[in-house]
Design a binder for this molecule. Structure first.
Ligand code: GLN
Length: 549
């Protein structure tokens, strides 16, 4: 049986519990322990799959096809091990299970109540991964903020588990905020005291307090927090703002968070932290030798969390290339034929983002055309790939009004069409083509060069597909389907001949990019953008030389 660490949050949301949990996990992993992280979310949706990205940021998809919270992306990026359906549980899923059981008659005439039935189901799921025998430690992040009505059953479940388990098998790390009052030039501990009190009133006493702060905490302040919150001073951990989330594990190492945890859990004989790869990555990230500007063409760009994994994949790929990747967000709704050149001409590469529905698609199509005609590196993901297909159909194959039936059911040329198995689907939740599927890559293609392989597996989240009725027309005209599902022939990758880098993928490569395994598509795209930038710069200086001669 594994040992359990629960991470709760107080004072405010958005303190970065996911990053703290992932950093702690990374440190424990670096000392040779087998660690996983799971997230319990208090909202009623069964999963975040039906949530608008504006509500909840990106929906992260696991290999086994679970639509999950974006924090699972951080867990995978930090730990370099896959998560699964079991790693993300919501109140909705808990209630769904309990209500289904009640309908089956499993409660034998009992009144079904929050305590014990809901809390029992929460506890069962909290322990599940720990019982697999695969892990030494399971870290559980409790979503929301202590004091929220909806998180009460989760905190109660933690209380019961703490009571049931031996002292050394279970602990609670509480993350809070120490605000800095500019006018008083002072860091304030009161909100932390209140949030720990609130947690204690709910029966849970934290063993470690991690304090988010913009300024260093003095020893005196740490002692004060320790005294008021009833923990030892070395259990008050400063989590000062970092320049990148990937610095946080090293900051936590300096603060000794992992050692306190190991002591509390009575884990002896652990190794010194092995963080060589991690530090090498940070060195490259912090000392770039070049710079590229990539346009992210999307419709949710006001909210950066909507494209979290894409942005992080660029951080990984930038580090590999020792290149600072600057992302410029371009709102696809406002791109027109008249302004496209003005908006995109200074970029070194274009990524057209995933998405749903018709808002902003015409702008995406115009952007693809610009990249295709101007030899600008292009990378289309999911809807971005579909837009590349539509653009090519309209402007190269001459199929006027070609479209996806997602946006135009009456299009004369449905080059993107609903997948056969999707036609009978009525329910929205969990019914897309989800999770990992294999793809066979054509030898000698750009994709083959990038992956250095002909057999890959990538994660999906879509309902529409490339319409294979048109496959020969596209191939002959130069947009080649270079990757297909080996079982059903579904097109997974398209690439343009006679273009330095133009590739669209039906799947989501960003979901598999980690610090230790940056995704080859992103790595090669950044390389192509670097080359494009260099070519632009040398053409510019040649022109200037000519003018001055
Ligand atoms: N809306 C498109 C589909 O469902 C693309 C989905 C996506 O970009 N994830 O096929």
């Amino acid at each position: 049986m594994a040992k359990f660490i629960f991470v709760t949050g107080g004072v405010t949301s958005s303190l970065g519990k996911g990053i703290i949990a992932a950093s702690l996990a990374k440190l424990l992993q670096s000392r040779g322990l087998k660690v996983t992280i799971q997230k319990f979310d208090p909202y009623i949706n069964v999963d975040p799959g039906t949530l608008n990205p504006y509500e909840h940021g990106e929906c992260y998809v696991t290999d086994d096809g679970a639509e999950t919270d974006l924090d699972l992306g951080h867990y995978e990026r930090f730990l370099n091990i896959p998560t699964s359906q079991a790693n993300n549980v919501t109140t909705g899923r808990i209630y769904q299970t309990v209500i289904n059981k009640e309908r089956e008659g499993e409660y034998l005439g009992k009144t079904v109540q929050v305590i014990p039935h809901i809390t029992d189901e929460i506890k069962r799921r909290m322990l599940l991964l720990g019982e697999s025998g695969e892990y030494d430690i399971v870290i559980t992040e409790i979503g929301g903020t202590v004091g929220d009505i909806e998180s009460l059953p989760f905190v109660e479940a933690v209380r019961q588990l703490q009571w049931e388990m031996p002292e050394e098998d279970c602990m609670v790390v509480h993350l809070t905020l120490i605000p800095y009052l500019k006018a008083a030039k002072e860091l304030k501990t009161k909100p932390t005291q209140h949030s720990v009190r609130l947690l204690s009133q709910e029966g849970v006493h934290p063993n470690v307090i991690v304090c988010r702060t913009e300024h260093p905490l003095s020893d005196e302040l740490k002692r004060k927090i320790a005294l008021f919150c009833n923990v030892k001073p070395n259990a008050v951990i400063e989590a000062i703002d970092a320049s990148t989330i990937y610095e946080v594990p090293l900051k936590m190492l300096q603060e000794g968070l992992d050692v306190i945890v190991l002591k509390k859990l009575q884990i002896n004989g652990y190794a010194a932290p092995e963080l060589g790869k991690w530090r090498a990555f940070l060195d490259k990230l912090n000392y770039p030798k070049s710079r590229v500007t990539i346009g992210l063409i999307g419709k949710y760009i006001e909210l950066q969390d909507a494209y979290k994994s894409i942005l992080e994949a660029f951080v990984h790929a930038g580090a590999v290339n020792q290149c600072k990747v600057q992302i410029v967000n371009v709102h696809s709704e406002f791109i027109t034929d008249d302004n496209v050149s003005e908006k995109l001409k200074d970029l070194d590469g274009l990524l057209v983002a995933p998405g749903f529905g018709s808002r902003g698609v015409e702008g995406k199509i115009i952007a693809v055309k610009y990249a295709r005609e101007n030899q600008m590196p292009f990378f289309g993901i999911c809807l971005g790939m579909q837009m590349a297909v539509i653009e090519f159909a309209r402007n190269v194959l001459g199929l006027k009004n070609a479209h996806s039936t997602e946006m135009d059911t009456a299009t004369p040329y449905p080059v993107i069409a609903l997948m056969e198995e999707q036609k009978k689907v009525k329910k929205k939740g969990g019914t897309m083509r989800l999770g990992a599927y294999p793809c066979t890559i054509e030898e000698g293609s750009l994709a083959n060069k990038i992956y250095q392989s002909t057999e890959i597996s990538e994660r999906h989240r879509h309902r529409w597909e490339f319409n294979n009725q048109y496959i020969n027309d596209f191939s002959q005209a130069g947009l080649v389907p270079s990757g297909k599902n080996p079982v059903n022939g579904l097109v997974e990758i398209v690439e343009l001949k006679n273009h330095p880098f133009f590739i669209g993928v039906q799947y989501h490569p960003e979901l598999k990019s980690t610090v230790e395994n940056p995704h080859p598509l992103f790595v090669n795209f950044v390389q192509a953008a670097k080359y494009f930038a260099e070519m632009k710069a040398s053409a510019k200086s040649a022109k200037m030389e000519k003018e001055t001669a």
